[in-house]
Design a protein around this ligand. Structure first.
Ligand SMILES: [Zn+2]
Length: 488
């Protein structure tokens, strides 16, 4: 994938790429839906079993807002530095679509006298870049549609109304992202914040969904709808950049439209020409009175907030002297920061621990398809590993193998080192004998090593090979230099 800078240098885009996101997060920790008492945990239930007259919008039914949903929304707004409305209103968004059996969605509207939960704010991604938030609003989730195969060739659309009426938070950004990777970084940071606040579990299928809009060189904006995962967002945007760039390079105008990301074929397909806002026919929801949000209410929620990722990051740098990059990565991911803090509590050296976590641990668990919350990824293992290195018992190279092995098995690093005889060889007499062997087998190299330091490294490599990586590298170097000195 090419960055915006490369595009500019290729002369195909002058003003670069602008990406804005519209994220729908389910408030997954609520017990009930947004306006009725139907259970919010629909994932484990057969389709169309969690429905009632309110969430189906039957005549005469009265929606009643879930207080906890508003508390959660306010918590998110505080965390995103947004300005919370003192009095918010609900609107009906009218449209006809199979995912909306009652033909309107209770949502909020920023305009026409409507007031969303919050406006403004920002979230910083790594490197300190601020992505501005346009607004945050509360709304109900429509029903879930399912297709057989792809949206294009499916012969039927299946509707599950269990999802209709689930509380959603819609977070809309300004088009401040200039690269698909920034969009992904934003989403990952946002998910960390939502999980830290305990309002949404992004691991759940469909809990975080995303629409993205993208324009090239100040041109027409294209919207991509319903992307289900962060990896897919990055892919969909990269595809769309390529598609639009190819059109532009052939002097074809990019159409203003809504496209669908087809995860199976990895392409975007045109859904419809973009509907204008008036197509939705917003009007005030007559059954819900405006909700007053007092300063006291906001303050109470502010007091209850946990330490947020950015605060955590600052503390890691201040308290433990972590590098910015490590502090950012660890603080943004709840599982990782919990692991880090437990390791430090057990006496693990914070800097060493942080290096292992963001380096090999992340890549090894990914390789093994393990979650960081897997019990085999225990803080005790990490601390033992770090201590084995610090005490000089094993080399860093061996430590990597030990870490991988201990993640795969139930064995601790100490057990693995003991059972497989991986202790670093720091016995001078033993190393001396190995080095003498290496010298005998590599007479030419030894002569060259007298003049060329590079060849000394080759000899160290030979010693490592013979000891299967267990020789103490520092001691090996010293003995080799001493032996070479004798030959001069
Ligand atoms: Zn209901």
């Amino acid at each position: 994938m090419r960055s915006s800078r490369e595009l500019v240098s290729a002369g195909l885009s002058d003003a670069g790429i602008r990406i804005g996101l519209e994220i729908h997060c389910q408030l997954t920790n609520l017990r009930t839906k947004l306006f009725c008492g139907c259970p919010a945990d629909y994932r484990s239930s057969p389709p169309n079993t969690h429905i009632c007259p309110i969430c189906m919008g039957l005549p005469g039914s009265l929606p009643s807002p879930n207080r906890r949903a508003i508390e959660d929304g306010v918590a998110v707004a505080i965390a995103l530095n947004s300005e919370i409305s003192k009095r918010m209103t609900f609107f009906r968004k009218n449209y006809f679509y199979p995912d909306l059996p009652k033909n309107f969605q209770i949502s909020q509207y920023d305009g026409g006298g409507g007031v969303p939960l919050a406006k403004g704010g920002f979230l910083s991604i790594e490197g300190g870049k601020r992505i501005r938030i346009r607004r945050i609003q509360i709304e109900e989730d429509p029903a879930k549609l399912a297709y057989e195969g792809t949206i294009d060739d499916s012969t039927a659309t299946l509707v599950d109304n269990n999802r209709a009426g689930i509380a959603l938070l819609e977070i809309v950004t300004e088009p401040d992202m200039e690269d698909p990777r920034e969009a992904r970084a934003f989403l990952e940071k946002l998910r960390g914040i939502l999980e830290c606040l305990g309002v949404s579990n992004g691991e759940l299928e469909g809990a975080m969904r995303c629409d993205a809009n993208i324009s090239l060189g100040g041109g027409t904006r294209v919207e991509i709808k319903n992307i289900s995962s962060f990896k897919e967002v990055e892919r969909a945007l990269a595809f769309e950049i390529t598609r639009q760039r190819q059109l532009l390079s052939r002097d074809i105008k990019v159409r203003r439209e809504t496209r669908h990301w087809d995860e199976v074929r990895k392409i975007t397909v045109s859904l419809r020409a973009k509907e204008e806002e008036e197509d939705y026919r917003y009007f005030p929801e007559p059954d819900i009175v405006p909700i007053e949000i007092t300063e006291d209410f906001i303050e109470e929620i502010r007091r209850r907030l946990p330490e947020l990722p950015d605060q955590k990051k600052e503390r890691y740098i201040r308290q433990f002297g972590l590098k910015e990059h490590n502090a950012e990565l660890i603080s943004s991911d709840n599982a990782l920061s919990r692991l880090f803090e437990e390791c430090v509590k057990m006496g693990g050296d914070p800097i060493e621990v942080s290096n292992w976590l963001v380096g090999d641990l992340i890549s090894f668990t990914r390789e093994l398809g393990m979650e960081l919350t897997d019990p085999r990824v225990s803080p005790r293992k990490i601390v033992e590993l770090v201590n084995l290195i610090r005490s000089g018992s094993i080399s860093t190279k061996i430590a990597k193998e030990v870490l991988m092995e201990s993640l795969r098995s139930d064995e601790s690093p100490e057990e693995i080192v003991r059972k497989r005889g991986l202790l670093k060889i720091s016995d001078e007499a033993l190393l001396q004998r190995v080095i003498e062997e290496v010298f005998e087998e590599n007479e030419e190299a030894v002569k060259e090593a007298l003049r060329d330091e590079e060849v000394v490294n080759f000899l160290i490599g030979q010693v490592m090979k013979k000891t299967r990586g267990k020789a103490d590298p520092k001691l090996t170097y010293e003995i080799i230099k001493r032996e070479l000195g004798k030959l001069l």
